[in-house]
Design a binder for this molecule. Structure first.
Ligand code: HEC
Length: 94
């Protein structure tokens, strides 16, 4: 799950113009592993995952209707690592 929040910059004892997250939630990207291809023919399931996008104003609805159009293009560089950008999680490789 990837939680996206609005960002802000400020001057801190660590430096000027330092970026930080704020309390304003933007959206959640969610992937659920599906090794059995249980929902073939469903446009938000495929390539080993269920793919979803949730917006704060309606958390009960998947705002994405087609993972091939909405997600896969951007995740192609991570195809060799099962579509996940594993370099962002170095502790998992230790
Ligand atoms: C504009 C490009 C783009 C789109 C569109 C996009 N992603 Fe991503 N996604 C990325 C990148 C790049 C990362 C890793 C770096 C980061 O988080 O900024 C990522 C990270 C993630 C992560 C955290 C796991 C990881 O690989 O690091 C999840 C979960 C995720 N995306 C799901 C989705 C889903 C589901 C969709 C479609 C609804 C989607 N993404 C659409 C570019 C994109």
């Amino acid at each position: 799950m990837k939680e996206l929040r609005a960002a802000n910059t400020g001057d801190f004892t660590t430096g000027q113009g330092v970026s930080h997250e704020t309390g304003e939630l933007k959206q959640w990207f969610v992937m659920i592993k599906d090794t059995e291809n249980r929902f073939s023919g469903n446009d938000v399931w495929g390539d080993g995952w269920g793919w979803a996008l949730f917006m704060p104003k309606d958390k009960s609805q998947n705002a994405s209707s087609n993972y091939k159009n909405d997600c896969l293009g951007c995740h192609v560089p991570a195809k060799e690592t099962d579509w996940i950008y594993t370099e962002g999680y170095p502790v998992l490789s230790e």
